[in-house]
Design a protein around this ligand. Structure first.
Ligand code: 4AZ
Length: 256
């Protein structure tokens, strides 16, 4: 996250940290994610390049994490990954990031996955018909870089606020032109001071409707971070209610 502030996981209790485990036991932070029910995390498909779907044993998910690389056993919950489901329409070879969405099924322990606490709670999926106007302010969170070009990611969870952009603005040739599909939307600050960055992908963009927060976006891609006319690009979660329901059995009415 560029230009945001340090956050506590209690204020983003659905944030998941996805780790990859190497052959020599190293544990490497891979991506963010969002807990959408006790056993399911929604994230980005590009976090799992070439065939790593079959290697779910190499991944784990931590919930309730304030610090990326340190463990607070009192509040954290850690899970093995039982299954990685990438969207069929995500095609890495084309490099266009269309359908950049994936589901991770957490492996239950003693018949349970995530237990609700101050630090761990699922986020609601928006109903498919819910549209938001350009200009609406939403929040993003993650453990990614605080500046493009740094070699290290943030040590702490951070948050920022970004405004939704109209599609015709984001498809302007000064912005991203025809790279923005109907499965994406853009969000940024009018002064380009806050944005998602490398390591935040897979994580949440949540917006308030009425008195509740809903997961409207999955952090997906962008040209650099916090660059003028280059907003963050997000996977449009409302296009995937049917897909999520089909894969998990959750509906947006009952999820959360
Ligand atoms: C990334 O590399 C990434 N500024 C994620 C989000 C953005 C840029 C890069 C948006 O994961």
């Amino acid at each position: 996250i560029v230009g945001g502030t340090a956050a506590t996981v209690e204020s983003h209790p659905w944030v998941a940290a996805i780790f990859w485990h190497g052959k020599s036991n190293e544990k490497v932070f891979r991506c963010g994610g969002s807990l959408i029910s006790a056993c399911w995390v929604l994230t980005a498909a590009h976090c799992f390049p070439d065939g790593s779907r079959a290697k779910h044993q190499r991944f784990s998910v931590s919930l309730g994490k304030n610090m990326r690389n340190e463990t607070d056993h009192a509040v954290e919950q850690n899970f093995s990954v039982e299954e990685i489901i990438l969207h069929d329409g995500f095609n890495n070879r084309e490099g266009d990031f269309n359908n950049d969405i994936a589901l991770l099924k957490l492996e239950a322990k003693h018949g349970k996955c995530a237990k609700e606490s101050e630090s761990v709670r699922s986020v609601c999926l928006p109903p498919p018909w819910q549209k938001l106007q350009p200009g609406v302010s939403c929040e993003i969170a993650g453990y990614g870089k605080e500046q493009q070009g740094l070699w290290y990611k943030s040590q702490f969870l951070r948050e920022a606020r970004v405004n939704l952009l109209a599609d015709d603005v984001c498809r302007h040739e000064d912005y991203y032109g025809n790279m923005i599909s109907d499965n994406m939307f853009c969000a940024g600050r009018p002064d380009w001071s806050q944005d998602a960055c490398e390591g935040d992908s897979g994580g949440p963009l949540v917006c308030q409707v009425g008195s509740r927060l809903f997961l409207f976006g999955v952090i997906s891609w962008g040209d650099g971070c916090a660059k003028e006319n280059k907003p963050g690009v997000y996977t449009k979660v409302t296009n995937y209610n049917r897909w999520i329901e089909e894969k998990t059995g959750l509906s947006s009415i009952t999820a959360g």
